[in-house]
Design a protein around this ligand. Sequence first.
Ligand code: IFM
Length: 461
Amino acid sequence: MKVEKIAFPQRFLWGAATAAFQVEGATGVDGRTDSIWDTFCRIPGAVVGGDNGEPAADHYRRFEQDVRMMADLGLGAYRFSIAWPRVRPDGGAVNQAGLDFYQRLVDTLLEHGIAPWPTLYHWDLPQKLEDAGGWAARDTAFRFADYAATAVEALGDRITTWTTMNEPWCSAFLGYAAGIHAPGRAEPEAAVAAVHHLLLGHGLAAEAIRAANSHTRVGITLNMYPIIPADPAAPGDQDVARRLDGLQQRIFLDPLFRGEYPADVVEDLEPFGFAANVRDGDLGVISAPIDMLGVNYYTEHYVSASPNGASSAASPWVGVDQLSFPRRDFPLTDMGWEVRPDGLTSVLLRLHEQYPRVPLYITENGAAFRDELDSDSAILDVDRTSYIESHLRAAHDAIEAGVDLRGYFCWSLLDNFEWAEGYAKRFGIVHVDYETQVRTPKMSARWFSQVARDNALVAVP
Ligand code: IFM
């Protein structure tokens, strides 16, 4: 019998990810104040089921149990986010009680041999800063750098890799253009200003992190998707693909890695006053070299200038009315996203070929599917397991082609609050019963644990 073994490079990092507002709960304790998501959840109809940040997975109180579980699963790293409104409530003075939570979390992870991988911003802007203009206001970038400095001063001696931001595209476009994420604004001018201020915030925070600790690694995480024209020969479809790729990917990648915004995107965004937000010196701050790029990958976008049968959801794209829509030929996750592992290989190869090379990490990949506990309280999540397996194969293909990919974090460790979808969508490899807070590792967790221990996919064909 021939056993197929797909081995990953030595020291490849295997981890799982969460984010503060999605798992912590305890939104009103130890001095934490409202973030934009607390406020957004109070708007009737904004979040499915009227859900909010409570109880989430009660990770704030149960983190020790969760860390032990990660250790049992053999994970090498835990990607979590730090809640700005705990550490500097209202964006103001430092709150020691909030910082102490992350001290305890980091120490517990290290005691269990798990590398802490914090992200400083995973969408929970203090509401007070939103009241002062939010990410549409330049000052927010400077407040973010102050907060980054506080976090690094407190935790920097135990952290080797900091991520400044998670998916700034979502913050800018879903939050300020489509209005379907907090703060729920539908103001294209504010959205494009937010793009620049998020990037500036990244650059200023990276400077602050390096000033506090010159040995640390700093990076940012972007959500990446191939954008595929429905008819590659149709000029209309080609142009939609160009515009969407510009707004989704190049508007972040080019300033970070080339020190300039793409000319076609600047032109597309001229009606929204984009260029007026950029001041002398900003692009130098934004393009200071980083040590790693995090890639979050879930699916591809298939786009057309005249999308027959497209969903009727409002387009989140500024200046582009055309929608992306799922094809019929591929399976869909519970989010309605096509399962397209090849797209992950394409994304990694594109970064490798078109941008200056930095070590890459897949900082999120995974899928929501409907889970059912069987009579033995086991969850045989075949769909999720197969999704992760196919994407690991795709990641391995990229490594074989020369991509410097150094790790993979599964999204998510725990079932959690899926933003506007509330608790209905479950991404965890560990099931959470929100009533009892009982954790049950799903089949995918057991399987992923074995992959992490073997540093390989092992299949008996
Ligand atoms: O849950 C989110 C996460 O917060 C950011 N990336 C995508 C995930 C799934 O939608």
